[in-house]
Design a protein around this ligand. Structure first.
Ligand SMILES: Cc1cc2nc3c(=O)[nH]c(=O)nc-3n(C[C@H](O)[C@H](O)[C@H](O)COP(=O)(O)OP(=O)(O)OC[C@H]3O[C@@H](n4cnc5c(N)ncnc54)[C@H](O)[C@@H]3O)c2cc1C
Ligand code: FES
Length: 512
């Protein structure tokens, strides 16, 4: 198991270590406490430090070790559910606000890169939307026309085109979106963290927030017993740990897969590519040393906990990209991670419902890089100025009527999962488990989550997720328990890896 908790290592982890930070061993008092040091938390902490606020940043694990270390880092302002879907769901004015704010987030990253001279391969490039494998030319042209029309309505720069340098698509109808961007996310964020600390910001790793007391001053107790007291708190924990239901019932966790391969420079133009499938596949390049670059491909998403066939998904992903780029070289890395899709395609960034001085940043779907940078701008403005021009787009208390069907659909997962308590277990005995396997065992009236680590060590815990009690599912690719309801993850020994859960999986009833 690697430092970020899951079993696989992303491409970025191959050549970049996580920044060092001490554990919180003393109480701290500050203007703003930021919980979670991924791109959202680091961006918020940094913007507030630039604005002169005294900021304390705490993380349960290593800084940058969450989903940010597992991204593929397209910096694409285009809504990844499609502009036509976004306009239909949010209307033209809010969809335009979404686009402008996402563009502002990329501009902000670019400015920080320039000002701090960060060596992180940031570059502007084109994004190409190309047909899904199953589409014929007419179908693809219809899709292009639909997306082009939506783009025109909200002022997105886009061009019709013919063909991309991917096999079988040399003459296909495509759309070209100029002025997208990409970078090395960990190199960028390490530099932001260093400047944050130089400006007096404090960052602590291995310090999980386990108790939250809201009020005029927010008190956050960490697992070592130290307390951070702050006038404002920002929960940037990927999935918020300060709200139990209101936000989690409006988004759903999806597991997504990525692979990196060597590619000789020049075989594929440097650009972002994503197809018209749903869920979509995507491709980008990363400059390598010498004449060999790296191609990163991703896709094959599924709802978390609803499949445990990671190896088959990697095989399908590899077959897909090798068919498009036959001269691809050897594999460098394969990994998966989780994204949170909201019912109306936009993240929840702003005041936590019912709280004036508590803020959240979550639900950023496959666009967490831009959402994270945007959270820095939006939450900084809400704290420093009291408002931001885009706050309605991301308001956490919204439930647009047009999203009602999605809302019902997402919450059926919880209903179906809880009904699982009435079904028999998946395994008859712990003896059935080989190293690396896990399953749900019926134990009297209880359900147990039982797994055997790859070194043979057996673990038994209650299978009830400590967030709202759904039954967890074994993820053999990442060697952890995933909760399908709202995305909590637990390691084999029951430790929380991802919220909204705060507490570890319980020991079986009657066992210590
Ligand atoms: C395979 C993959 C590909 C992706 N590709 C893209 C892409 O191309 N473009 C894009 O824009 N987005 C992409 N995303 C999405 C994006 O990476 C994420 O949405 C984004 O990194 C989330 O950042 P975050 O800061 O919200 O969360 P995280 O990076 O997960 O940070 C949250 C932090 O909170 C900490 N934390 C949690 N609970 C506590 C607690 N109780 N106390 C203290 N700390 C706590 C965690 O340890 C973690 O470090 C991708 C995601 C995946 C998995
Ligand atoms: S994450 Fe909500 S019940 Fe598990």
């Amino acid at each position: 198991m690697n430092v970020s908790g899951e079993a696989t290592r992303s491409f970025w982890m191959l050549d970049t270590s996580f920044p060092n930070a001490p554990r919180l061993e003393q109480d701290e008092q500050c203007d703003v406490a930021v919980i979670g040091a991924g791109i959202a938390g680091v961006s918020v902490a940094y913007e507030l430090a630039l604005a002169g606020r005294k900021v304390v940043l705490v993380d349960r694990g290593p800084l940058l070790g969450g989903m940010t270390s597992r991204t593929t880092a397209h910096l694409a302002p285009i809504c990844d559910d499609g502009l036509s879907a976004l306009v239909k769901m949010r209307g033209e004015a809010l969809a335009r606000g979404f686009q402008q704010s996402q563009e502002a987030a990329v501009d902000c990253i670019e400015q920080h890169v320039g000002r701090l001279e960060i060596d992180c391969d940031f570059r502007r490039l084109d994004g190409f939307l190309f047909p899904a494998a199953w589409m014929d030319e007419n179908e693809a042209a219809r899709e292009c026309n639909k997306e082009y029309a939506a783009a025109a309505k909200i002022g997105v720069e886009v061009e019709h085109g013919k063909g991309v340098a991917l096999k079988g698509h040399e003459k296909a109808p495509i759309l070209r979106y100029p002025n997208q961007a990409t970078f090395h996310p960990l190199k960028y964020l390490r530099a932001l963290l260093a400047d944050f600390q130089k400006r007096g910001g404090k960052a602590f790793a291995d310090s999980a927030v386990v108790e939250i007391e809201e009020g005029k001053q927010v008190r956050l107790k960490c697992d070592g017993g130290s307390v951070v007291t702050a006038s404002n708190a920002v929960f940037a924990t990927n999935s918020p740990i300060n709200t139990w239901v209101k936000i989690h019932s409006k988004m759903a966790p999806f597991r997504t897969y990525a692979m990196a391969f060597d590619i000789e420079r020049g075989i594929l133009p440097d650009a972002l590519y994503w197809d018209m499938d749903d869920p979509y596949f995507y491709v980008r390049l990363n400059p390598g040393p010498g004449e060999t670059d790296c191609l990163i491909a991703g896709g094959r998403d599924h709802k978390s906990g609803e499949a445990d066939d990671g190896e088959a998904r990697f095989t399908a992903l590899e077959a897909w990209i090798r068919a498009l780029v036959p001269d691809l070289g050897r594999e460098r890395a394969r990994w998966s991670g989780q994204v949170l899709d909201t019912i109306d395609y936009c993240g929840f960034i702003g005041r936590s419902p019912g709280n004036g001085n508590v803020f959240i940043a979550t639900g950023d779907s496959g666009q967490g890089m831009t959402h994270g940078a945007l959270a820095g701008l939006l939450i900084r403005d809400l704290i420093v100025e009291g408002s931001n021009p885009w706050e309605a787009v991301y308001a956490p208390d919204r439930t647009p009527p047009a999203a009602f069907a999605q809302y019902v659909n997402e919450n059926l997962t919880t209903v179906k999962n809880l009904a699982g308590y009435l079904l028999p277990g998946e395994i008859k005995s712990a003896d059935d488990l080989k190293p690396g396997e896990g399953g749900i065992l019926q134990d009297g009236l209880s359900k147990l989550a039982v797994c055997r680590e790859r070194d043979g060590k057996l673990h038994r815990h209650s299978a009830s997720c400590t967030h709202l009690g759904c039954i967890v599912h074994w993820n053999s690719t990442e060697q952890c328990w995933d909760c399908p309801c709202h995305g909590s993850q637990f390691s084999p020994d029951g430790t929380v890896l991802n919220g909204p859960a705060i507490r570890p999986l319980a020991s079986p009833a009657g066992e210590a």
